[in-house]
Design a protein around this ligand. Structure first.
Ligand code: SAM
Ligand code: SF4
Length: 333
C-alpha cells in the first residue's frame, strides 16, 4: 500500500530534521577491533532480545512514514545475522525509502555481495584500517586481510557503488599507511573516509591514546596530493576533498577535533530495539517493550516522536570522554 510520509516529519528540539536511521541488526561481530569491542567480551544480548526482522521492518516503516529516507544496516557485524538479504529486501520495498546501505567489515561480503545488491542495498561502507596482513590481524584481533580484499572485489563486481573505506586513523598504529590507503582507493575508485577515534567504552577510550587530529593529516596529505573541496550527496558528517585526476574522494570525520553535531540528522536503533539519540550520550528510548505489547502504528509513531524530542544537542567526547560506557558495537556505529 502506498504510504504518504507524515508531512511534519521529524524535527528535534534544536531544529534538526531527522531523516536518517542506522539500524543495528546484531551486537555480535566476527572481529575484535581493539578500539571497538574488547577481546573475550561476552556480554552480548541474547538473540531473543534482538528485534526480529518483522519488528525491524515495522520500526523502519514507521520512520519512513515520518519522513526518514535513508537507512544504513550496521552492527556489530551485520553479516553475522542470518538471512540479512531477506531483511534488506523487505526494507528496500518500503515506500519513501530512497537509500539503503550497509556498514560491514567485509569478512563475509564475498558470499553476500550479489544477494545484497539484488535485495536493494545500493552501497557499502567497509572498515579497513591497514593493508598489511600482520597489522590488520593485530588491530582486528586476528582478522584475515585477504578475506576483506575478496569481499571488496565482490562488492565491486556486484555493482555496489560507491564503495567507501572507513579507516580509523591512529597515531603510531596505522598513520604511516594513510598515503598507501589513498593510493589503494584511487586505483579502485573507492571513496576513503578517515575517522578520529571516539572514546566509546573502555576500548574506545584506550584507543583515544592513539588519537590523531585529522586536521593535521589533511594538511599532510595536501602536501603530497592535490585535494579539491568536494560535496558528496549523502556525505553526512565527513568533510570531503576530491583527489585531483581521480574518481576518488577523501572524507575526514572529525568528531573530536571539529564536531559536527549542529548538522546531525540521525538516530540509531540498537539490535535490542533501544533507540539511541546520540552516539556520545545516554539519551535513549526503548521501543521493544512497545512492539512486544502489541502497540499499533500510531503508538509506535508517537513513541518515535517522543524519542526525537529528547535528542541532546551534542556529544561531549572531548569534555567528558569518560562518559560513554557503551562500546560502538552496542550502539551501532
Ligand atoms: N562491523 C561493521 C564495520 O566495522 O564497519 C559495522 C559496525 S562498526 C561499529 C562501524 C564503524 O564504527 C566502523 O567503521 C568502525 O571503524 C567504527 N568504530 C568503532 N569503534 C570506534 C571508535 N571507538 N572510534 C571511532 N570509530 C569507531
Ligand atoms: Fe566488529 Fe566493526 Fe567493531 Fe570491528 S569495528 S569489532 S568489525 S563491529
Amino acid at each position: 500500500m502506498q504510504q504518504t510520509p507524515n508531512s511534519t516529519g521529524l524535527v528535534d528540539p534544536f531544529q534538526r530534521r531527522i531523516d536518517y536511521v542506522r539500524v543495528s541488526v546484531t551486537d555480535r561481530c566476527d572481529l575484535r577491533c581493539n578500539y571497538c569491542m574488547p577481546k573475550g567480551f561476552d556480554g552480548f544480548h541474547e538473540p531473543e532480545e534482538w528485534l526480529s526482522f518483522d519488528e525491524i521492518a515495522r520500526v523502519v516503516a514507521a520512520f519512513t512514514r515520518l519522513g526518514v529516507q535513508r537507512i544504513r544496516l550496521t552492527g556489530g557485524e551485520p553479516l553475522v545475522r542470518r538471512n540479512l538479504p531477506d531483511l534488506a529486501a523487505r526494507l528496500s520495498a518500503l515506500a519513501g525509502l530512497q537509500d539503503l546501505s550497509l556498514s560491514t567489515n567485509a569478512v563475509r561480503l564475498d558470499k553476500y555481495a550479489e544477494a545484497l545488491k539484488r535485495a536493494g542495498i545500493g552501497r557499502v561502507n567497509v572498515s579497513l584500517d591497514s593493508l598489511r596482513a600482520d597489522r590488520f590481524a593485530q588491530i582486528t584481533g586476528g582478522g584475515k586481510l585477504h578475506k576483506v580484499l575478496r569481499g571488496l572485489e565482490a562488492a565491486h563486481a556486484a555493482g555496489l557503488s560507491p564503495v567507501k573505506i572507513n579507516m580509523v586513523a591512529m597515531g603510531g598504529v596505522n598513520d604511516d599507511e594513510i598515503e598507501d590507503m589513498v593510493a589503494f582507493c584511487a586505483e579502485r575508485d573507492f571513496t576513503l573516509r578517515l575517522i578520529e577515534t571516539m572514546p566509546m567504552g573502555d576500548t574506545g577510550r584506550q584507543a583515544s591514546g592513539q588519537y590523531l587530529d585529522l586536521q593535521t593529516v589533511r594538511q599532510r596529505l595536501a602536501r603530497r596530493f592535490e585535494l579539491i573541496p568536494d560535496l558528496l550527496p549523502g556525505g553526512g558528517p565527513a568533510r570531503y576533498y576530491r583527489l585531483a585526476g581521480s574518481n576518488t574522494s577523501i572524507g575526514f570525520i572529525t568528531p573530536i577535533s571539529q564536531h559536527f553535531c549542529e548538522t546531525c540528522n540521525r538516530v540509531r536503533l540498537a539490535a535490542d530495539g533501544t533507540l539511541y539519540l546520540c552516539l556520545g550520550q545516554d539519551h535513549s528510548y526503548p521501543l521493544r517493550p512497545l512492539l512486544r505489547a502489541g502497540a499499533d502504528d500510531a503508538e509506535l509513531e508517537a513513541a518515535i516522536r517522543a524519542a526525537i524530542a529528547i535528542k541532546p544537542e551534542r556529544h561531549e567526547f572531548r569534555e567528558r570522554p569518560e562518559k560513554v560506557i557503551r562500546f560502538m558495537s552496542m550502539t551501532g556505529g
